[in-house]
Design a protein. Structure first.
Length: 81
């Protein structure tokens, strides 16, 4: 058995993570929301890097990411290459 088994996060785990980012309960997160969260965890991304992350996840191109788009990123990441 592997020493460390990495599993994809459950939908409930992703919803908990989402609630950390969507503090205002608007139903979407913007660059500033994501920047605030990563900074709280001591992760140093530039505004441009965070903007690129939002752009990558933002399927409807409205400048913000909703939960379905957020969830889809993790589904795409777990697909076999």
């Amino acid at each position: 058995a592997p020493l460390l088994a990495v599993t994809e996060p459950s939908e409930e785990a992703l919803r908990r993570a989402w609630r950390l980012m969507d503090e205002g309960r608007r139903g979407s997160i913007c660059v500033e929301d994501l920047m605030r969260v990563v900074s709280k965890f001591g992760i140093n991304f530039t505004m441009e890097e965070v903007s690129d992350m939002i752009e990558f996840a933002n399927e409807n191109q409205n400048g913000e990411v909703d939960f379905d788009e957020f969830y889809a990123v993790f589904c795409r990441a777990s697909e076999p290459q």
